[in-house]
Design a protein around this ligand. Structure first.
Ligand code: NDP
Ligand code: HEM
Length: 484
């Protein structure tokens, strides 16, 4: 028999017993001096950090990105140079459900990447869809409230969801995606990822480009039907978590092909629609995807809580060669994520092993709860005593011109800034007959939930008729209204 280590307290002191509390006599009352018992009970009461306010249920794995093509003409970012290999963490998730909710619920899937680059962490916090429900961060908390639970019954409520969506026509493209079978993936290994936003790339000479990221699953897209997803939710709510863990444990490492779409900087102003609108894709015919590399997931975390629950992704983590665009959603997200991490995990979350960069940190930030590494003197900048100094040249290129009056509006400045053309293209050009049939039955099923009122149903039909008359008519027929 292998020799077992002695149990200790968290302070490393040998523990007095694995079974018995200290009592007065074998059946007597317990003693406050039993520090080990008190420590066990008190630590247990503090085991949870708050779950993520969205994307609470998820799982992830480590891997490596390899760049196979030369894109140095578009960006100077070290991780995107040909031949470069960079370690990464990828966390998948559902959006609306809580920590214990079923993996196969109809929802977008989070696709959050953290690259541990030589220039610090680069996080790309995307989804398995290239678009989103809204285009202004002002509406994000309202949107999420409509997807989660009611105030009175604490139940989720499809009526509330349709109320929000039908009053927010910009949601049409994303809701179309969601209601296809891509809303119920077979596994995380079988989803694409998208950076979704438009980002700025700039090269060593300062030339600028607008870029979108696509991560295409090499396993192929594979979805459940609504009935299969429901059955799996009942039989194995952790199916996606189990599938990924098992595949990696068995050496079946999933891979994704990395592609980018590149728009020359000057073309954005006159493009036919706002290229920074998160409810739109860039059609492939306009900006063909270019393959630049591949990444592989090859290592499971050893401790779920430490490495996945406490993983902190933030769209603001960008390295020289990559920068934000005027996408208002991205702008809002730059603030939101580090703010929620400071609340959920603590102000020094970046010192946890899963979040700490592999690049050296020379920051002037210091102290705070649970910090264990601090800058040495000098603790201020500027200084004359050899402290770290910023190099603004590294960031030469991360800018664009802005001018205008302060406003609260979204002017339709581009010819095709409408909400329905792209979901219409999806219905007309991309979906197969079977995909369309499932889209209709999925919508009808969702809008037939008992909570959905008779007044809401015509609004649902109208929403889909705006995308395509046939689609709206088929939904009306399924819902048994409007003579359908
Ligand atoms: P394309 O015909 O060039 O591209 C259509 C793309 O749609 C495919 O390349 C595929 O991209 C994706 N797709 C295929 N089947 C489905 C499905 N069942 N559900 C959702 N997406 C699917 O046309 P466009 O580029 O002009 O786009 C037409 C429409 O396709 C868009 O309005 C949008 O709704 C949808 N689409 C477009 C994407 C883009 O980046 N241009 C990306 C995804 C969807 P993929 O392999 O990335 O899933
Ligand atoms: C998680 C806010 C839009 C993808 C989160 C979290 C917050 C948040 C607060 C929880 C983070 C945590 O506790 O770790 C917002 C806001 C948005 C927005 C304010 C819009 C203004 C989006 C969009 C996408 C996205 C557009 C995808 C393109 C994700 C993902 C996660 C997440 C993948 C989970 C990250 C992880 O795995 O830890 N979001 N979000 N979000 N969000 Fe968003």
């Amino acid at each position: 028999m292998t020799e077992r280590p002695v149990t200790t307290t968290d302070a490393g002191i040998p523990a007095p017993s694995d079974e018995f509390s200290q009592s007065i006599g074998p059946n007597g009352p317990l003693l406050l001096q039993d520090h080990y018992l008190i420590q066990k009970m008190a630590q247990f009461n503090r085991e949870r950090v708050p779950e993520r306010v969205v994307h609470a249920k998820g799982g992830g794995a480590y891997g490596v990105l390899e760049i196979t093509e030369d894109v140095g003409q578009f960006t100077k970012a070290g991780l995107f140079q040909k031949g470069k290999q960079t370690d990464l963490l990828l966390r998948f998730s559902t959006v609306a459900g809580e920590l214990g909710s079923a993996d196969t619920a109809r929802d977008p899937r989070g696709f959050a990447l953290k690259f541990y680059t030589e220039q610090g962490n680069y996080d790309l916090v995307g989804n398995n869809t290239p678009i989103f429900f809204i285009r202004d961060p002002q509406k994000f908390s309202d949107f999420i409230h409509s997807q989660k639970r009611r105030a009175d019954t604490h139940l989720r409520d499809n009526n509330m969801q349709w109320d929000f969506w039908t009053l927010s026509p910009e949601s049409a493209h994303q809701v179309t995606f969601l209601m296809t079978d891509r809303g119920t993936p077979y596994s995380w290994r079988h989803v694409n990822g998208y950076g979704s936003h438009t980002f700025l790339w700039y090269n060593a000479g300062g030339a600028k480009f607008w870029v979108k990221y696509h991560f295409k699953t090499d396993q192929g897209i594979k979805n459940f039907t609504a009935a299969e997803a429901d059955a799996m939710a009942a039989s194995d709510p952790d199916h996606h978590l189990r599938d990924l863990h098992t595949a990696i444990k068995n050496g079946e490492f999933p891979t994704w092909t990395v592609q980018i779409q590149v728009m020359p900087f000057e073309e954005a102003a006159d493009y036919r629609f706002n290229p920074f609108d998160l409810t739109k894709v860039w059609p492939h015919a306009d900006y063909p995807p270019i393959t630049i590399g591949r990444f592989t997931l090859n290592r499971n975390p050893q401790n779920y809580f430490a490495e996945i629950e406490q993983a902190a992704f933030e769209p603001a983590n960008m390295v020289p060669g990559v920068a934000a665009s005027p996408d208002k959603m991205l702008q809002g997200r730059l603030f939101s994520y580090p703010d929620t991490h400071r609340y959920r995990i603590g102000p020094n979350y970046l010192q946890l092993p899963v979040n700490r960069p592999k690049a050296p940190v020379h920051s002037y930030n210091k102290d705070g709860a649970m910090r264990y590494e601090n800058p040495s003197d000098p603790v201020y900048a500027p200084n004359t005593v050899g402290g770290p100094a910023a190099d603004p040249q590294l960031w030469a290129g991360e800018s664009w011109d802005v001018a205008g009056e302060i406003t609260r509006s979204a002017y339709r400045l581009h010819r095709e800034d409408d909400d329905f053309s792209q979901p219409r293209a999806l219905w007309e050009k991309v979906l197969s007959d079977v995909d369309r049939e499932h889209l209709v039955t999925n919508i009808v099923g969702h809008a037939s939930a008992p909570a959905v009122t008779a007044e809401m149903k015509p609004r649902v039909v109208e929403y889909w008729r705006n995308i395509h008359k046939d689609l709206g008519d088929r939904v009306a027929k399924g819902l048994g209204i409007n003579g359908g």
